[in-house]
Design a protein around this ligand. Structure first.
Ligand SMILES: C[S@@+](CC[C@H](N)C(=O)[O-])C[C@H]1O[C@@H](n2cnc3c(N)ncnc32)[C@H](O)[C@@H]1O
Length: 174
């Protein structure tokens, strides 16, 4: 399985804080190693770091990233770049090939992404070829990439964890 990081572009601090935080939380919960944010927004980073400190793992979140430099550095290090866009190739046609890569940077946009991204990406990938969102497309992409194995991941250093129950809520703190 590849190691995966997410690059979030197009973030507008005045309106995208909640969605970008959820991009980061979905990335963490579904097996990515971290998120690069191509904007300055320390509030988003603090929210994600707070979850990591309580719920465990070593997911990183970094803001102030220049997206073009991030992509170029990733490729220079031998990694592949996957841009999630409804206009791309069907995920089901390319996911097996992407799973064979060692390092994958998944790029997700907000409203409209710069046209250059399509040419810089190694793969432009569409999840359903229908318009939806960066959170749903990222979640489905990661789940198919990791073949569902990420769903049962444990976080041994967590300060808090859920004990699954059929009814009610059970959280254990240590
Ligand atoms: C609200 S959409 C923006 C769509 C916008 N009209 C565009 O042309 O990019 C925000 C992000 O969600 C992701 N997205 C939306 N639908 C998708 C799909 N069917 N497959 C893959 N990614 C998708 C893309 O990363 C996109 O940049």
């Amino acid at each position: 399985m590849p190691t995966v990081a997410v690059l979030r572009i197009g973030h507008r601090p005045e309106r995208d804080q909640r969605v970008t935080t959820h991009v980061g939380l979905a990335a963490r919960a579904l097996g990515a190693e971290g998120m690069y944010l191509a904007a300055d927004d320390s509030g988003v980073i603090a929210s994600i770091d707070d979850v990591v400190s309580r719920w465990g793992g070593d997911f990183f979140a970094e803001d102030g990233v220049r997206w073009r430099r991030c992509i170029e550095d990733w490729k220079a290090g031998g990694g592949k770049v996957v841009h999630l866009t409804m206009y791309g190739l069907r995920m089901t046609d390319v996911i097996d090939e992407i799973r064979d890569q060692e390092r994958v940077l998944v790029v997700v946009g907000a409203e409209k992404v710069p046209g250059d991204i399509y040419g810089l990406a190694d793969y432009n990938v569409s999840v359903t070829t229908q318009p939806h969102s960066e959170i749903s497309s990222l979640a489905l992409f990661l789940d198919h990439l990791f073949l569902g194995k990420e769903l049962d991941r444990e976080y041994p250093d967590a300060k808090i964890r859920i004990e699954p129950t059929a009814t009610g809520k059970r959280a254990v703190e240590r």
